[in-house]
Design a protein around this ligand. Structure first.
Ligand code: PLP
Length: 404
């Protein structure tokens, strides 16, 4: 017996924590997606900065299916080849000496925050447990990570939340300086605030954070869950800024659509996660690691990273041209292929309406808060798809400003 699945099914059987679009995607290839009715969409959303190489990239399909015929899961009671290859590749490509794997960005951050507390407890005592993070930051949806995140709407109704977390103003050195102390175990920053509105950090802010952490024996954590794996135009955004953290978290693009998270750190800090201190049943799963290894191999090349910069320029130019005609945005900002168009005051609070208008023109985009339309397409999106997506976006904006 076959059941007919429609968008209405969602409202009947799913917990109502999401409000997905009106269509159901059933197939994707590159930066195009098709719904149940065969309608074709241009994908500027990239599964929220996840589908780094678009949909069904042949080499990722091959890596996944090859591993699927070999070994799916053994747990961390045993190690496996794909996880060791991926850890080797990530540590060779970054500042880090050691890797820990999990299944999502929130889990990677959870591991980072726990490690920072444990490291401080090991070396300086348990009084040094305070975590500083930024207002408007997003670090995931577990209770600890929503608490560290700087958006009160995500902790409302979930009290009591973990203690020892203080928020400072993003990009405000004085605010960070005033809050940091010898009780601070870590400062966590997104190099570009993603969910908070696609807002890049100032280099001076990250430099000050690095210096203040060193001064107070605190660890600097970069949450690169959204900015990592080529999205910024460098493999990781910290490389773009030239400021090196002690712990880095990665997820989203790392798996190209297969769930995986990673926490990278130095030899010295890693030592505080001794046997039995932390873990994850699925972490380092062979399927996820085989895919991530292929993603890393394909993304971490000069041609791919230069391509991200070129695509950034093309997308930015297109968005600015649309804005020159319609005047709907007060800024187009971001890095690499993580871009945001900030609505002008006259349209404040209406980013979701732009997303809906785009859906009508068969274009998938994202929002970041109430005022920012966000774009996070595949790093290898074809020029023709950028141009077609921009044409559809212009048509959507025309509808948005003058509803039919
Ligand atoms: C998406 C995101 C997370 C959470 O990742 P999940 O995989 O949804 O748990 C954490 N930090 C940042 C910066 C993100 O963009």
């Amino acid at each position: 017996m076959s059941i007919s699945i429609t968008r209405a099914t969602f409202d009947k059987v799913m917990v109502p924590n999401y409000g997905p679009a009106g269509f159901i995607p059933v197939k994707g290839l590159g930066s195009r997606v098709w719904d149940q009715d065969g309608r074709e969409f241009v994908d500027f959303a990239g599964g929220i900065a996840v589908n780094a190489l678009g949909h069904c990239h042949p080499e990722l399909v091959a890596a996944l299916t090859e591993q699927a015929g070999k070994l799916w899961h053994v747990s961390n009671v045993f190690t496996n080849e794909p996880v060791l290859k991926l850890a080797t590749a990530l540590t060779e490509a970054t500042f880090a000496d050691r890797a820990f794997f999990c299944n999502s960005g929130a889990e990677a951050n959870e591991a980072a925050f726990k490690l920072a507390r444990k490291y401080a407890a090991d070396h300086f005592g348990t009084d040094k447990h305070e975590i500083l993070s930024c207002k408007n930051a997003f670090h995931g949806r577990t209770l600890f990570t929503v608490t560290v995140g700087g958006q009160p709407k995500y902790t409302e109704g979930f009290a009591p939340v973990p203690a020892g977390v203080t928020h400072v103003e993003f990009n405000n050195i004085d605010s960070l300086k005033a809050a940091i102390s010898d009780r601070t175990c870590a400062v966590v920053i997104e190099p570009v605030q993603g969910e908070g509105g696609v807002l890049p950090a100032d280099k001076a802010f990250l430099e000050a954070a690095r210096a203040l952490c060193d001064q107070h024996n605190a660890l600097l954590i970069f949450d690169e869950v959204q900015t990592g794996v080529g999205r910024s135009g460098s493999l990781y955004a910290y490389m773009e800024y030239g400021i090196v953290p002690d712990i880095l978290t990665s997820a989203k693009s790392l798996g190209g659509g297969f769930p995986i998270g990673a926490m990278l750190t130095t030899e010295k800090v890693a030592r505080s996660f001794g046997i039995g201190t932390h873990g994850s049943t699925y972490g380092g799963n062979p399927l996820a690691c085989a895919v991530a290894l292929k993603v890393l191999e394909l993304v971490n090349t000069p041609a791919m990273l230069d391509g991200v910069r070129a695509r950034h320029a093309r997308l930015r130019q297109g968005l600015e041209a649309i804005n020159a005609k319609y005047g709907v945005f007060k800024a187009v900002r971001g890095m690499g292929l993580l871009m945001g168009a900030v609505l002008a005051d006259a349209y404040a609070g209406r980013a979701k309406d732009v997303l809906k208008a785009a859906e009508q023109h068969q274009l998938m985009v994202l929002v970041a808060g109430l005022n920012v339309v966000r774009f996070a397409p595949a790093l290898n999106i074809e020029e023709a798809d950028i141009d077609e997506g921009l044409a559809r976006f212009e048509a959507a904006i025309a509808d948005f400003v003058t509803p039919r």
